[in-house]
Design a protein around this ligand. Structure first.
Ligand code: ZN
Length: 258
């Protein structure tokens, strides 16, 4: 049995060694299943951090980890944690989108995982400095700069704490995840302090501007990724479809059954 699993993150290019989940870690995960979405993510990050056996020098605390790991990086780390905790074999159970019948396939996770790493940085964590700026008009015609960055785990929790209980369209939430701040001659608008004003600014933009912005964010930040995708041929009707694995969801499924 392997004792640790090495992962190099796709975006920040940081090297970690991960150890398997302990029984106590599993119980910690199990205890938050009924909590809010943001509670689950926080607990998951905490448990993930505990399983990191070796970390880059820059990561000295859980705070450092949250500030310097992107959501995309976490996908690779979680896949590694899954591998070392539960093995490389995975039983995929999916419903065919065409005929609605169940398909079950046994696959090897590493054969279905793909990584496109950020290769333009000179040192690890350079990706976090990558910025994309859009110039738009504010409500009163003031020129505004929307500054976007790759979302970190810290940003994800900050955002979910800020918008807890608010009804916001998922597409706006996705933009907010990448939005670092809005700057203008009058100063800065920050997510945790000016959330309502920021949402109004986004909603008031021409639809085309937002559409282009969303595409640009994908092109700039999501071009470097890790994903595990299974191509399935339905054994009932022959339809081809894909399942993209969400390892965090898989973890909770395993933990609840344990
Ligand atoms: Zn089918």
């Amino acid at each position: 049995m392997e004792l640790s699993y090495e992962v190099i993150t796709p975006q920040t290019n940081a090297k970690y060694k991960i150890q398997a989940l302990s029984y106590g870690d599993e119980l910690d995960l199990k205890s938050v299943v009924v909590a809010s979405e943001s509670g689950i993510t926080k607990q998951f990050n905490k448990v993930l951090y505990k399983t990191l056996l070796e970390k880059p020098d820059a990561i000295k605390s859980e705070d450092d980890f949250l500030n310097n790991t992107t959501i995309m990086d976490r996908l690779a780390l979680v896949a590694g944690l899954y591998h070392i905790s539960y093995g490389n074999e995975y039983i995929s159970k999916t419903q065919c989108p065409q005929c609605g019948k169940l398909n079950q396939n046994k696959i090897l996770l590493d054969k279905h995982s793909k990584m496109v790493p950020y290769d333009k940085g000179k040192t690890p964590f350079d990706f976090l400095n990558l910025k994309e700026i859009f110039s738009v008009q504010g409500i009163d015609g003031t020129p505004l700069n929307l500054v976007f960055k790759a979302p970190t785990l810290r940003k994800e929790t900050l955002l979910s704490d800020t918008i807890e209980g608010m009804e916001i369209d998922p597409s706006i939430i996705n933009i907010l995840l990448y939005l670092d701040k809005i700057t203008s001659d009058k100063g800065e608008l920050l997510l945790d302090k000016n959330i309502m004003e920021i949402i109004t600014i986004i909603k008031n933009q021409p639809a085309m501007v937002i559409r282009n912005m969303k595409q640009k964010l994908v092109d700039v930040f999501d071009k470097y990724y890790f994903k595990t995708e299974i191509k399935i041929k339905c054994k009932h009707c022959g339809n081809m479809y894909t399942e993209e694995l969400d390892f965090i969801e898989q973890f909770f499924r395993n933990v609840i059954q344990a």
